[in-house]
Design a protein around this ligand. Sequence first.
Ligand SMILES: Cc1cc2nc3c(=O)[nH]c(=O)nc-3n(C[C@H](O)[C@H](O)[C@H](O)COP(=O)(O)OP(=O)(O)OC[C@H]3O[C@@H](n4cnc5c(N)ncnc54)[C@H](O)[C@@H]3O)c2cc1C
Length: 414
Amino acid sequence: MANGLKRTPGFFDFIIIGAGVIGSATACYLKKALPESRILLIDRYHTAGAGNTAKSAALFRNFFSSRTNRLLAGSSIKYYLEPGTKVQLDPTGYLWLFSKEQWNASRTAIHELDPEKNKFEILDRDRIADILGINYQAKGHFPDVNSGIFCHLCGSLSATALARHYASLFKSMGGEINFNTDIKEFIITGQNSCYAPWDNVFIDGIVDQKGNTYNAKEFIVATGAWTHDLLAPIGIASGILPKKRQLFALKIENNAGLLADSTSTIRPAIILPAGGVYIKPVFDKNIIIVGCADDLGQPFLMSDPEPDPLYFQRAIEPVLNHYFPELDFILSLKWAGYYDYHWPDMTPVIESVANLTWVGGTSGSGIMKADAIGRIAAARMQGHKEALLADGSKFRVSRLSLQDRDVEKEELII
Ligand SMILES: Cc1cc2nc3c(=O)[nH]c(=O)nc-3n(C[C@H](O)[C@H](O)[C@H](O)COP(=O)(O)OP(=O)(O)OC[C@H]3O[C@@H](n4cnc5c(N)ncnc54)[C@H](O)[C@@H]3O)c2cc1C
């Protein structure tokens, strides 16, 4: 090409940028529906799921107040139960603890949910004590433990195994994958010749770090937390912004408090009533992974990617010390990643401008909703009005768009 760019042979029907769990699931369902189409999945990393998918705590839950979130997560979990061990699915359950004040605020939303259908139980303090040896008294910044929800259809899986599961299914159906390919630029038809708004403006191609260009009829951007940085320069307000989140792996010397007693077989993930601190136990390795939902003060930016031990000391350690005073732990590993947030409803987005569609805004729950999001994005790319989810339910694809958005506010936020 005249400007020094090298055109990659061939022309694709679809190019998907981003082989995280969302891009890989989308590629898989699109190829499954359109086996004759030429589809290319691209990522800057060397393998699928190496971005924020790999940074995730990979917990899943079906317990949401919003019907949309329940459908997205519930149907995805139904699918994950099928490949089960391949994605290292561990249905440990979730124990969500509430202070008296939090319970009063959430009670109405919780009572609207059917415990049998949604597979959860409401626990009082005595029932909580059967599962945990927690200090339930309030002190200073730390509220009491008053009530709990035990969600049975919750647990954890391997997020990278899940992304690779979709990417390898995609490949086995004839999908093409280019790893180590970092997309730097979009080629917009007419841009250099000063186009007018009524011209037919569309994305003609994309350019990688080596100057290779790739051309397709349709482009799908599934770049998670990088979506804003990629699309804002070409005039697209995706509605998706990055925010740093950190996880800390603690080596534990004993199980004090995390189990009712050492023989207990109930070993759920735990959400504490203070500071959005949550615990993912990995008891067979004597490890717990702890995270925290901080908001004010944490910028919507690709800020410093390093985890901060001071943050652990200030935001997490005091919470653990209060609720589990007997627990001995040593900080052994820490890492940080980014949520790709869609404010204000924290529900995913699938929207298009010309021949470019973006899929993201998973807002910290992309692993548990990836199957449904992939199916809905693939349905949208085929021009379908509805997507068929893994539990047999139908989902109107425009509900996740920005223009015809139809989602409910989530009341049960960690
Ligand atoms: C600390 C932490 C804990 C979390 N815990 C949970 C949890 O318990 N449960 C849950 O469901 N979710 C959790 N999440 C959220 C979950 O990780 C995300 O929702 C999910 O990974 C989003 O998937 P994705 O495919 O959109 O993004 P990613 O996995 O980040 O994939 C985007 C891909 O795009 C690629 N890319 C970006 N820009 C370019 C470019 N220009 N060219 C080429 N490739 C590009 C990247 O390399 C990346 O692989 C957590 C996230 C974090 C950070």
